[in-house]
Design a protein around this ligand. Structure first.
Ligand code: SAM
Length: 422
């Protein structure tokens, strides 16, 4: 039940997390330790390619002549900067990718049909500011955060925005070289967008690599043209992490859009959070990951001792979830799977605030009920699993459609009566 990789968030460059949790992954290719050492020696001229740009319209749909690297043997191609300053009513978009993939970008609906985004409520304009379900404000100990401007229910859309910057996830250029091109990409954006970008959170605070620093702290992975790209969505970038988040995101490569929905009721004024870390890792592991990748210590409910509940209790609940999921995945004759265990699993997910990941629990429950011949239980949980999968992977996700099929025809599924009792 893992998401296809193309729908994973990359909290910048850590594929390990993407595969394991369907969640935050900021990996290390862009700004590795060795690159940083190199950077200190070489420095970087952020604007040297700038004079190559022109304002002619010969490069449609791009606003400037693409600024390109040399041919890169490792990629079998060049990488170039492509900017459309008119994209989405002048919001703009800059892409650093190969010429071939740039063509694939240009063939996507948002480039083909200028109304495709606004007609879907994507990138709501600043004129709608009063209707926006969110606002940003400083949050003690967390920098800026996003808060709900009205009460929200599970399934409510919170944000839907396109990125300002997308960068091919290559590991070929040196950090200073990459910075030079990404700086062109940023400089070619409309000034308002460029300023917002530069105001986003950073990890290193090193001005000579500021464009990559913002990528490192804020990017999500999006697969376009068969290639993973890192994408910075400035609005969604303000969402802080929680290990039991009240919101879930997915990416739609076809619409170049990052969507966020509430996964449980959120009160007006409450902070909106997503998860950057795999939810089923133990506390120390999650903290180590968040510290090494983002340089913060999580103080969310699953990471703090509160009342009678200790961190050991929280880890015990996580271990129970893992053990139950393992038991429910066993299909041999000695399987101990039972509907009682499936109900316990659903209860634990809810108790732990893992509403963003309920598709896993509901999915196990649907199959477990189906396996003992309870079409009613299977339908109930397949419906819930489909809804939860759509919040996590998007409306057209294959996983959601599979749950739809089980909901409509439980007996037609291979799990039907596969276990005799339960
Ligand atoms: C994607 S940004 C989130 C928005 C950010 N707070 C800002 O000011 O723009 C990621 C950065 O926010 C901070 N952050 C996110 N979640 C946090 C949390 N739960 N506690 C403390 N800091 C957090 C960390 O500095 C992290 O590198």
């Amino acid at each position: 039940q893992e998401a296809p990789l193309s729908l994973e968030k990359s909290s910048i460059f850590d594929s390990d997390i993407a595969v394991e949790a369907g969640s935050g992954t900021y990996g290390d290719e862009f700004l590795s330790g060795s690159d940083q050492a190199e950077l200190a020696i070489e420095g970087g001229d952020a604007t040297s390619s700038h004079d190559q740009r022109t304002t002619t319209t010969d490069h449609s749909p791009w606003s400037y002549k693409p600024v390109c690297t040399d041919y890169l043997d490792e990629l079998g191609d060049q990488l170039c900067v492509y900017t459309d300053t008119t994209f989405s009513n002048g919001r703009g978009i800059s892409i650093f990718t190969t010429p071939q993939i740039a063509q694939e970008f240009a063939s996507l609906l948002p480039f083909q049909d200028p109304s495709a985004l606004s007609s879907r409520g994507i990138n709501p304009g600043s004129g709608n500011v009063d209707n926006m379900p969110w606002y940003t404000a400083p949050i003690p100990g967390k920098g800026v955060g996003m808060l709900a401007s009205r009460s929200l229910q599970r399934g409510d859309l919170i944000t839907a925005y396109t990125p300002y910057l997308l960068a091919h996830m290559e590991n070929v250029l040196s950090t200073p070289e990459r910075e030079r091109f990404l700086r062109v990409a940023l400089d070619q954006l409309p000034a308002a967008s460029r300023d917002v970008y530069l105001g986003l959170a950073k990890i290193y605070g090193e001005p000579s690599v500021v464009v990559q620093d913002v990528v490192k702290a804020n990017a999500f992975e999006m697969q376009i043209g068969g290639q993973m790209h890192l994408a910075v969505f400035p609005e969604a970038s303000r969402m802080n992490h929680a290990c039991a988040p009240n919101a879930q995101y997915f990416l739609s490569p076809g619409l170049l859009t990052h969507f966020v929905h509430a996964v449980r009721p959120i009160a007006r004024g409450e902070e909106v959070t997503i998860s950057y870390a795999p939810p089923l890792r133990l506390h120390a592991d999650r903290q180590a990951y968040l510290q090494s990748t983002f340089q913060f210590t999580c103080t969310c409910a699953r990471c703090t001792h509160s009342g009678d509940r200790t961190l050991e209790d929280a880890d015990k609940a996580t271990e129970d979830i893992i053990a139950l999921q393992w038991a429910l995945s066993q299909w041999g004759s000695n399987s101990t799977a039972s509907v009682k265990k499936a109900e316990m699993l659903v209860g634990l997910y809810r108790q732990e605030g893992l509403d963003a990941f309920l598709d896993d629990a509901y999915g196990h429950a649907a199959l477990t009920y189906n396996a003992v011949g309870s079409a009613r239980g299977a339908k109930k949980y397949a419906k819930l699993a489909a809804e939860a999968a759509r919040l996590k992977y998007g409306p057209d996700a294959e996983a959601a459609m599979e749950w739809d099929r089980i909901m409509k025809d439980p007996m037609g599924h291979s799990s039907w009566r596969r276990r005799k009792t339960g």
